[in-house]
Design a protein around this ligand. Structure first.
Ligand code: ATP
Ligand code: MG
Length: 262
């Protein structure tokens, strides 16, 4: 089945369409094979959220956007899954936040770099950092290919937005005293636990919501943004995410046992 063959009246149309898009992205060499497995883990956690954005996630997205607007050199890191899931939203966010896009890959090959560059350009991106070999440097704290970064991008950035990141790199970037903002449906992953701001939501929803939030917050002064930032707390929000999932499961289990006894 291709993504266009998914029946529109299927009760899980949205989820199936995205799944087929990821598979298609793998055939086009945009998505790594491990990207499919990561997507499956994300889907499982999205079930726990009820596949919709809870209030706490909107607050996480607001806090993340404030950090990105306050940063001196914000950068948005792009990988294969991001390029398939929400390329237009990420391009819009890049424009709205004045944050360049940088391709940064765990499974790096020239073929994948170029496939992702093409996908992002089709979505409206003008320029992608991270793929010019003359401008690459390495972060020594990271042992794999993700250590390669652009001298004008992540290397000099004070705040990196990494939708869908691996735990090791999140930790390494925070050790380098960079703020790291992540989107990860699993609130227990090392990524979520170590990021400066964790967004516990599906990237497809989070990216679209952040575009709207950025438009709204862009008009605030630096002082107003600082006041807004002080109203939110990342650890508290992550705690809320876990309680939300756990309370939702308890409620669903209770409803099931009531039904069974009827
Ligand atoms: P960590 O390295 O952070 O401990 P991990 O090794 O389990 O976690 P990775 O493969 O490094 O996970 O990163 C993939 C993460 O991305 C998973 O936790 C998964 O839940 C999450 N994920 C996958 N797809 C999405 C999506 N569409 N939106 C948000 N999160 C997603
Ligand atoms: Mg990992």
């Amino acid at each position: 089945m291709t993504k266009h063959e998914v029946p529109k009246d299927h009760p899980r149309y949205q989820s199936l369409f995205i799944r087929e898009s990821i598979i298609e992205g793998m055939h086009k060499r945009i998505v790594a094979e491990a990207g499919l497995i990561a997507h499956g883990r994300g889907e499982a956690f999205d079930y726990l959220l009820g596949e919709e954005t809870p209030q706490f996630a909107l607050e996480q997205e607001r806090l993340a956007t404030i950090h990105l607007l306050l940063a001196k050199k914000p950068v948005i890191s792009v990988n294969g899954n991001v390029a398939v899931l929400c390329p237009e939203e990420i391009v819009e966010l890049s424009k709205g936040l004045n944050a360049p896009l940088e391709i940064n890959l765990f499974y790096r090959s020239r073929e994948r770099e170029l496939a992702i560059e093409t996908a992002m350009k089709e979505a409206g991106a003008k320029k992608l950092l991270g793929i010019d070999p003359d401008k690459q440097t390495t972060i020594k704290e990271i042992s794999h290919q993700r250590r390669i970064v652009d001298i004008d991008g992540i290397a000099v950035s004070d705040c990196v937005f990494v939708p869908l990141e691996d735990g090791d790199r999140t930790q390494a970037l925070t050790h380098l005293k960079k703020e790291v903002i992540t989107v990860d449906l699993n609130p227990l992953s090392r990524t979520s636990l170590t990021a400066s701001v964790s967004i516990t939501n599906n990237l497809t929803r989070a990216s679209a919501e952040m575009v709207v939030i950025a438009k709204e917050l862009k008009h605030l002064s630096r002082d107003e943004l600082l006041i807004e930032r002080s109203k939110h707390n990342n650890s508290k929000l992550l705690e809320t995410a876990l309680f939300y999932m756990s309370n939702r499961l308890t409620r669903l289990a209770t409803e099931l046992s009531i039904k069974k006894n009827e």
